[in-house]
Ligand binder design. Structure first.
Ligand SMILES: N[C@@H](Cc1ccc(O)cc1)C(=O)O
Ligand SMILES: NC(=[NH2+])NCCC[C@H](N)C(=O)O
Length: 380
């Protein structure tokens, strides 16, 4: 089918479901620590930082936090189950190429980094209507992630889609605007103030994830927390002029919007807390809001100290709409299911255990490429 996806709720026809095959570690380096800064707090091992003087680590030695194979296997088992459930709901599921076992590292002129599989496919691509837009990554390990989706994108291109790649950053340490992560001094978190210089320094560059956007027909709400995000929004605005309107929300969160705010249908948002309402564009503030109960920590597996947790406990808000009445929800969260059922939704419970280890709920590791619906104006 032709690429067509303008919002988060219209009946879903085709979707890409990510792959966690050969996920072996998280590489702790500047770009990773920047993105996960808000969630790496309060952990005993975090302070002092792993590369602090006296840590015994050489300056250029990567620090990789291994992920236990059992969790990787369970992740992939859960993802297969979710892909099957989507198929039984008459949705066509596309899968990216898996990372080959022999591919452990990626390299650009300026740096090298451990490879990350194309798991959270929401993050590095933005689908707007009939256009695939590959966004400029924020994490070095994810720099070439969209290449694993090339066969899928190429097929949509053959069917008539637009296919655009946003400018790629050189991504040296100096490319990152640290003002968000350094905005407040917290006891147990070290500020990130040690950029190393590089012959490829060009100043702040655009870096931004598709998951920072909430799509509402012809309007797109974007979370902007840094100069890197601002530059990407400038690019998007110029590129999309006359087709889509970008509404910037400043520092709603660090990056991704989808564990704070999800649109379930026109006029109805699922939100983390009422605190976000004042930050939204005025027209959205009058939509109905569902605020689910605080996450129950018992709904997450117990992990060891050396298991790196990279999301907040609000990750299960990250639901995937099958249509305006049907929502896929983590079976570990009966509270959220009850709330949605109370609002008349049909809930499709699925198993997804290790979302806090791999950084994503269903909305993160899916990319809806075909939905019904068009460029409606929901905000006037
Ligand atoms: N701080 C980010 C952390 C994050 C980034 C990438 C992920 O895949 C997951 C989580 C969250 O708000 O979005
Ligand atoms: N598209 C995504 N990867 N979203 C994940 C958002 C997770 C967010 N950082 C949180 O911890 O709550």
């Amino acid at each position: 089918m032709r690429l067509n996806s303008f919002d988060e709720w219209s009946p879903l026809k085709e979707v890409v479901v990510g792959s966690g095959v050969n996920y072996t570690s998280h590489e702790r380096e500047l770009s990773f620590d920047m993105v996960f800064h808000d969630h790496l707090t309060g952990l005993d091992w975090y302070y002092p930082r792993l590369d602090a003087p006296g840590s015994g680590r050489g300056a250029d030695e990567p620090v990789r936090s291994p992920i236990k194979q059992r969790y990787v296997d369970e992740l992939n088992e859960d993802i297969e189950g979710i892909a099957e459930t989507l198929t039984t709901l008459s949705v066509t599921v596309h899968r990216p190429l898996d990372v080959d076992e022999a591919t452990t590292e990626i390299r650009t002129p300026a740096w090298s980094a451990a490879v990350v599989p194309p798991l959270n496919v929401r993050d590095n691509t933005l689908i707007l209507g009939d256009e695939i837009i590959e966004t400029p990554p924020m994490i070095r390990s994810r720099y070439f992630e969209t290449q694993f989706l090339t066969p899928i994108f190429a097929e949509y291109f053959r069917q008539g889609a637009r296919w655009t790649v946003m400018p790629r950053p050189l991504m040296t340490d100096a490319s990152f605007d640290p003002s968000y992560v350094n905005r407040e001094v917290r006891d147990n978190v070290e500020p990130i103030t040690d950029p190393r210089s590089s012959p490829y320094d060009v100043g702040y560059e655009m870096m931004f994830d598709g998951a920072q956007c909430l799509r509402l027909g012809r309007d797109v709400i974007t979370n902007v927390a840094t100069r890197n995000h601002e530059l990407a929004c400038d690019w998007l605005e110029r590129h999309l002029e006359g087709r889509f309107r970008i509404h910037r929300v400043h520092r709603l969160t660090d990056s991704h919007i989808d564990s704070w705010l999800i649109a379930l249908r026109p006029g109805l948002l699922l939100i983390r807390s009422m605190d976000v309402v004042d930050m939204l564009p005025e027209k959205l503030r009058s939509w109905d809001m569902i605020v689910p109960p605080e996450p129950n920590m018992k709904s997450f597996p117990a992990y060891d100290n050396d298991d790196l947790i990279i999301t907040s406990p609000f990750i299960d808000l990250n639901v995937l709409s099958i249509d305006p009445e049907t929502v896929m929800v983590n079976e570990a969260g009966p509270e959220l299911m009850r709330v949605l059922e109370g609002h008349g939704f049909t809930v499709v419970p699925v198993r997804h255990r290790h979302r806090r280890l791999f950084g994503g709920g269903f909305h993160c590791f899916t990319l809806d490429t075909v939905r019904e619906g068009g460029a409606e104006d929901y905000l006037s």
